[in-house]
Design a binder for this molecule. Sequence first.
Ligand code: 6PG
Length: 250
Amino acid sequence: MSAPVELRRLATPQDLFHAAADELLRAAGSAIAQRGRFTIALSGGSTPRNLYALIAANASASLPWDQMFFFWGDERHVPPDDPDSNFRMANEALLSKVPIPPANIFRIPAENPDAAAAAETYEQTLRKFFAVAPGEFPRFDLILLGMGPDGHAASLFPETSALQEKSRFVVANRVEKLETSRITLTLPVLNAARCVAFLVSGTDKAAVLHEVLEGNAPAEKYPSKLVRPSDGKLIWFVDRAAASELSTAA
Ligand code: 6PG
């Protein structure tokens, strides 16, 4: 039975990033105390950039970077120096600014012209790092996600083939409306996490947030609805603008 959804409403985007940063530091501390390491999958898109910059500015000295391991929830099918690269965004905003060993950073090899091969390579990286037993899925301590105006999460877009994936950890997902393939963690991996945190900011997300949290449209149409960790926490960090169409009062 999946854990209750925690809805954290913050007044402003900056408050949202501070609250998310506190949660990340808390999760890192408890993971390292219990297991000696913290594993996190970063989100792409524009929303998390300010969270990454905040952590780089405020926590660089206080975090045990050598015990923290960074992965990505998804990647655009571009090389790591491309302006559209999720790796590039996180590297510029955070990873290049903190004393993290390069060996602790596991980016998706999206420069591979064959997106399916890139996905397979990343799956092997996860299998090896997490020493996953047959039939099991890697269990991240924290997975950060954004949500698109169409309700997609990571690169799990509405009515795309990746939504049906039940066994693989990473797939190349053809997104016709973007005329490209994305490389993304699959739902079984998202739902195996100890904690999944959505970061949702801005009025352009208000209608979809209402639908995802309170609506009854089919989940395939709003894939963020399918993100429900089976044995972990689900936290929605939302600002006032994004929450403006929620019926439940603050
Ligand atoms: C990506 C992301 C994607 C993103 C949403 C929200 O590669 O684009 O992983 O899932 O989180 O599209 O994007 P914004 O934060 O830019 O609104």
